[in-house]
Design a protein around this ligand. Sequence first.
Ligand code: HEM
Length: 403
Amino acid sequence: MPKSAPHTVPSAVPTTAPTVVTFDEQCREPRQATEELRGTAVAADASGDWVVLGHAEAIRVASDADTFSSAVSTHLQVPNGLDGEQHSAFRQVIDPFFGAERMAALEPVLRTVAEDLVASLPRDTPVDAVAGIGSVFAVRAQTRWLGWPADLEPRLLAWMDENHAATRSGDRDRTAGVAAAFDAIIEEVVSARTGETDGQTDVTTELLNSTVQVDGQPARPLSRPEVVSILRNWTGGDLGSIAACVGVVLQGLAAAPDLQARMRVAGPAERSAIIDELLRRDDPFVSNRRVATCPVDLGGQHVEAGQRVRIHWTAANRDEQVFGDPDQIRTGSHAADNLVYGVGPHVCPGRPLATLELVVLAEVLLGACSIALSEDIPTSREVSPVGGYARVGIILRPYRQEK
Ligand code: HEM
């Protein structure tokens, strides 16, 4: 296990700031790295960016978009890089895609995806819950939802691997190359539809035909870069997130037979609450960035205008002041404070889809199998900036309901 990083004041942070706690999470597991800083609401990372670890402070930053802007990148990022009215305008376009009726219609499609996958998995033989189940399920579920061709699966799986490796490398050129490769896939899918969208009713076609009303102007069609950016956001980022969430959920269930039993008898609301709570305990969607628009005091620190601020969801979701023992699974009392899907104007629009996918997969798996951890595939944690597990070895055994 890596040694604790020294608590020092990094040079990029103003010396007027009182006792800045800093940590170097490079090449470390994010949950463990922040666990060592329990009680610290706002720390600084090695490059001098602020890292918000406290629950109350995370909510404050995420909720105050005037002070903490999401315009952190020079690239077009719809909607995550937008602020204010522009952001709201695009959320009005995006949010209906995740409405209750649409999710209800998608449920049987996702169930078939899960059933086919679970039927194909080996029994009584170790399997990696992340690569062997999570990644495959994420790609199949997202392509079915978007109406993308099934033969994209090997390319998307290869892209996920390369994206993951590039993210971990911290090499900007490599990350840019991966982003360009993904845009090329999206361009292909979009171009294949342009001009012949009549009669097609899938989500991608609907998005292509969507309009947006910005800055009091009449509604206009989405531009091609806007469509590509939205699709990149819906797939590029989220394939990895769903795979990581599957790893965390299946590890949590495999380690706790009582939780498996509870899931089997639970109703739909309790099932999703259990999954939310497993993800809160070990949030693999680690952080999101903001930039301060003006000087502001936050968690005992003074943030200057222009400084970058990272909301560390994984740490905030384990704040002892809010959750007591953060390892305890308490679906009832923890639900309202759960920050896995964020909070404020940028709160995750894809939550209903992510939850549906995770619940359906868990239901299908637990309906057919009992899940146990397997040491034959050693379980290993991810390292920063990725969270959750790199690998979770599990064994599926046929499950028969007792009469
Ligand atoms: C798999 C589990 C997922 C987790 C844990 C997750 C988590 C989050 C979080 C914490 C945010 C807030 C970002 C911020 O405040 O800057 C967010 C935003 C977002 N998520 Fe998710 N998400 C998940 C799945 C999805 C899915 C499946 C989609 C769509 C297909 C999606 C689409 C988005 C978009 C578009 C935003 C940006 C919203 C905005 O800026 O207004 N997410 N997500």
